[in-house]
Design a protein around this ligand. Structure first.
Ligand SMILES: Cc1cc2nc3c(=O)[nH]c(=O)nc-3n(C[C@H](O)[C@H](O)[C@H](O)COP(=O)(O)OP(=O)(O)OC[C@H]3O[C@@H](n4cnc5c(N)ncnc54)[C@H](O)[C@@H]3O)c2cc1C
Length: 449
């Protein structure tokens, strides 16, 4: 391993070849900053492909970074219809993989980052810290290696670290033991093997986000085909109606429609709703059926399968030797947290932000994309594109461009974030009022609002 003492001539390392990481690489490329993208999976958008069966609630106009589009168009790429709504698989096939191809051999697959540190300095050592290169430890099929970097953009998302079912944030008693009967991601109910797993069964669904709503709709449809399929929907909130509040005002129409369709499924379908339920344990009876018990002693018995869609959290383990300043609740950058905190914003309106809010005490390190939101749920790809524009400008030394805001985000109208579930009065704050007239923003030839 060569030892480097200065960072200036080194590349910026982007970790993760998802929508945010690839956008960051495209912005750096456009500014002639050397970049290497390290992706643990075998292809671009590896996490997106794992939910490739899900149709996005955003249209193509909101899913393509403008600078990435410019790069692709120089290579003859045909932009998808901006009004179309792709699946995750479409997003990866028609945009992410071509973008990675356009970036070329700087995108390295099968490169899982296991640690980011400052060269020869643990968290305690201050001397020469800001000038020292980052060392990025990588696991590949050929063994371990170290890559030196002058800046690091962590765009690893949160898909790899779903929240457990346990109501206190750690796996419920017995949860790990019964993991073969628990899914932590929305199943692909169009797959015959997956359908066979749930058809005619008693399924517990936990969570109130878009994935949980999708699961309730799919299971209700399954129950119409195969009577005997039944669903117990457990929610932590005491008022389940909040899970659907705001659907009618959502500026993203497909997301609003999802909420309304889920409400119809719950009203009409074979769904028993159990509110105020925080899971304490998962045990099994002699026949292998599960009992799911709450902290206040209520039990759901005879359960065949659990679908736990209770959100995601950031993996901070591989960053443990860096100096990070994170909000103690959300685990998002401290300056960003007030803008996205569901306890402060009872709906998901998020102001565009960039390098200033994402900066860390570890100079040159930024988390962007889904990862930057920590445990908050309101992330949109558009937000990530604006983040990466600003962060790339900052790393290129263009502080005027880094400070500019070039994006207006849609309002969501979706009220009562996860953190508000204990607050009986949290029935929608002021930001749930109908949004002011939307402004238009142009994304690389695709116009959106
Ligand atoms: C089901 C679902 C539907 C969504 N629908 C929408 C929508 O309609 N509109 C919208 O705007 N947003 C939507 N989102 C939110 C968001 O835009 C997506 O999650 C998006 O994929 C986030 O992009 P990202 O690049 O930040 O993270 P990811 O897409 O998760 O990409 C992270 C990448 O990092 C890689 N990685 C992880 N750990 C490591 C490591 N240690 N070393 C190297 N590589 C690593 C992963 O393999 C992955 O390729 C949706 C999210 C989900 C889950």
């Amino acid at each position: 391993m060569s030892v480097r003492s200065t960072a200036a001539d080194l590349p910026v390392v982007v970790i993760g070849a998802g929508p945010s990481g690839l956008a960051a690489a495209a912005h750096l490329h456009s500014r002639n900053v050397d970049v290497i993208v390290l992706e643990s999976g075998p292809c671009a958008g590896a996490a997106v492909r794992e939910w490739g069966h899900v149709r996005l609630f955003s249209s193509w106009s909101e899913l393509v970074d403008p600078v990435a589009a410019d790069l692709l168009q120089t290579l003859g790429w045909t932009a998808p219809n901006p009004k179309g709504y792709p699946t995750g698989a479409d997003w990866a096939d028609a945009y992410l993989q071509p973008l990675a191809g356009a970036l070329g051999d700087v995108v390295l697959y099968g490169h899982a980052v296991t640690a980011v540190t400052k060269q020869s300095r643990d968290r305690l050592v201050s001397s020469g810290r800001d000038e020292a290169p980052f060392t990025v430890r990588v696991q590949t099929s050929a063994g371990e290696k170290v890559i030196f970097a002058r800046g690091v953009i962590d765009a690893t998302g949160t898909w790899g670290t779903p929240n457990p079912l346990g109501g206190d944030g750690v796996p419920a008693i017995g949860e790990i033991e019964h993991a073969n009967q628990i899914s932590y991601r929305i199943p692909n109910f169009r797959d015959e093997d997956v359908r066979a797993r749930y058809v005619g069964r008693h399924v517990v669904v936990a969570g109130t986000g878009a994935s949980a709503k999708g699961a309730l709709i799919a299971l209700t449809a399954l129950a119409q085909e195969a009577p005997g399929t039944r669903v117990s929907w457990i929610v932590r909130r005491s008022n389940v109606g909040e899970a659907f509040a705001g659907s009618g005002q959502d500026e993203l129409p497909q997301r609003g429609a999802l909420g309304q369709e889920a409400k119809a499924a719950v009203d009409a379908g074979p769904v028993a709703t159990i509110s105020g339920f925080r899971t304490a344990s998962v045990t099994s009876d002699a026949n292998g059926a599960l009992d799911v018990t709450s902290f206040d002693g209520r039990s759901i018995t005879g359960v065949d399968e659990i679908i736990a869609l209770t959100g995601f959290r950031p993996d901070l383990d591989f960053l443990s030797e860096l100096r990070l300043d994170l909000d103690p609740i959300l685990q998002a950058p401290r300056a960003l947290a007030p803008l996205i905190d569901p306890n402060e914003h009872s709906c998901g309106t998020v102001y565009p932000h960039g390098a200033k809010e994402l900066a860390q005490p570890e100079v040159g390190f930024f988390a962007v994309g889904m990862k930057s939101y920590g445990r908050a749920t309101s992330f949109l790809a558009l937000t990530g594109f604006e983040q990466t524009r600003s962060v790339a400008a900052s790393l290129a030394g263009d502080h005027e461009a880094a400070a500019r805001v070039e994006l207006t985000l849609p309002d969501t109208g979706v009220c009562g974030g996860a953190g508000a579930f204990d607050d009986e009065s949290a029935e929608g704050g002021a930001c749930c009022a109908p949004a002011s007239a939307p402004e238009f923003v142009t994304l690389g030839g695709l116009t959106t609002r």
